[in-house]
Ligand binder design. Structure first.
Ligand code: PMP
Length: 435
């Protein structure tokens, strides 16, 4: 690898002082020094369009959000054991975006911590321990969140599936056992959950929670089949379990048609877990749940979180919601996403390597295959595509259990001109890769 010599001291010291099981993107690492909306700038004067950042949701360094953080940081930042208007006004603004039963907020500092808390609460409420997850899912890096994440526990260095975690098949309409040609696939995939529940109760155990993303991210950028969650939630609730929607990647208007991913499935979860985009890069996450579950959790032990819900985080969260609404970003995600998906489908007709294009709004996946019949993953071709797109100024990434899905989830300010430029370059790059 011919790395830029100027980065050698930084790389050497990073190796010494930072835990080494942290990867670096790209063969030639990027040193990004500035961001503005959908653009990132490196130390060599290069400009990149960020096509894979659902954290900088309303755009890198969005001025409204930056100003809100600055003003509050210059006024007061302390914990939630004092009264503060921002805590309540943000909780009010956030719950206004959610269905009526979801009204009690718990603020944390990361998605992992929020998932951890959600599982703990589901166990208090149900007095049960078993949890059902989807295969290949990732729900975070805390000990409990890792136990929900086949992506980690089944992967390199993983400790294997814990006894209280149960894996259901990924409802993948492209590659799974039930595909696009089966209009009943949603209900059929849901039966797997029904079977798991039967098995758990056959062993004399009970289910605390079912948790899944409402579009599968690490699982491969996969929209859930129609009717899937409706059936699953019904089975889980009948068995006394709690339904948790992990909206960490997909929430806050990204999917376009709706504000939340679960709304695409016409269900109301018992808990939603929010992270990444909620603070536009500021470490803010949350669990929002029903009064009944919150009451069960209030069992005499205090739940206090030193940083969670602090006034700076709350001012930041409020500003993010304000920008989404004022700049009509959900509508923008819908229109830009449809345009982008349409363009990718045109490329799919031209390039056999694109086996599937899927997504909602600005949460998009394109699955690369060597053969459209055997679905052999186009690896390592996909890595070449990612590198070449970077050289042309577009940052994208890969996902999926076979590492063959192009992951596209830009800040919502990404526009049709950005999409057209991306598509033009991807067309060229695919020509080069296949040649
Ligand atoms: N849930 C999902 C679906 C995620 O994608 C992630 C992070 N990639 C997490 C939870 C964990 O969030 P965090 O990294 O903020 O702890």
């Amino acid at each position: 690898i011919n790395r830029d010599d100027r980065y050698t001291p930084l790389l050497t010291e990073r190796k010494q002082r930072i835990g080494r099981n942290l990867s670096i993107s790209y063969r030639q690492p990027l040193k990004i020094i500035r961001g503005a909306l959908q653009y990132l700038y490196d130390d060599k004067g290069g400009t990149y369009i960020d096509c894979v950042n659902n954290v900088s949701h309303v755009g890198h360094c969005h001025p409204t959000v930056v100003k809100a953080i600055q003003q509050q940081a210059a006024t007061l930042n302390t914990n939630t054991r004092y009264l503060h208007d921002e805590l309540i006004s943000y909780a009010r603004a956030l719950t206004a975006t959610l269905p009526e039963p979801l009204q009690v907020c718990y603020f944390t500092n990361s998605g992992s911590e929020a998932n951890d808390l959600a599982i703990r609460m589901s166990r208090h409420f149900t007095q049960q321990k078993e949890v059902i997850v989807l295969d290949h899912a990732y729900h975070g890096t805390s000990t409990v969140a890792m136990e929900l994440s086949p992506y980690k526990f089944d992967g390199k260095g993983g400790a294997g599936k814990p006894a209280h975690t149960h894996k259901a098949v990924n409802p993948d309409l492209y590659r799974g056992p039930h595909r696009y040609d089966n209009p009943q696939a949603g209900a059929v995939y849901a039966q797997d959950i029904e079977e798991i529940i039967k098995k758990i109760s056959g062993e004399g155990k009970g289910i605390a929670a079912f948790i899944c993303e409402t579009l599968l991210g690490v699982g491969g950028q996969i929209p859930l089949p129609p009717g899937y969650l409706e059936k699953v939630y019904q089975y889980v609730r009948t068995a006394g379990g709690v339904c948790i929607a992990d909206e960490v990647q997909v929430g806050f208007g990204r999917v376009g048609d709706r504000f939340w991913g679960f709304e695409l499935q016409q269900v109301v979860p018992d808990m939603v877990v929010l992270g990444k985009p909620i603070g536009n890069g500021h470490p803010l996450a949350a669990v929002v749940t029903t009064q009944a579950i919150a009451d069960a959790f209030n069992n005499g032990m205090e739940y206090f979180n030193t940083f969670g819900g602090n006034p700076v985080s709350m001012a930041c969260g409020k500003a993010v919601l304000q920008v989404i609404q004022e700049e009509e970003m959900q509508q923008h995600a819908l229109q830009t996403g449809e345009h982008f998906l349409q363009g990718l489908r045109v490329l799919m007709n031209k390039h056999a390597i694109i086996g599937d294009v899927r997504g909602h709004g600005l949460f998009i996946g394109a699955e690369l295959v060597r053969n459209r019949v055997t679905l052999e993953p186009a690896v390592p071709e996909i890595d070449v595509v990612v590198e070449k797109m970077k050289d042309r100024g577009f940052l994208i990434s890969t996902d999926g259990p076979l590492h063959n899905v192009l992951k596209i989830k830009p800040p919502l300010v990404f526009n049709k001109e950005n999409a057209d430029a991306f598509l033009w370059h991807l067309d060229q790059v695919l020509e080069e890769v296949i040649a």
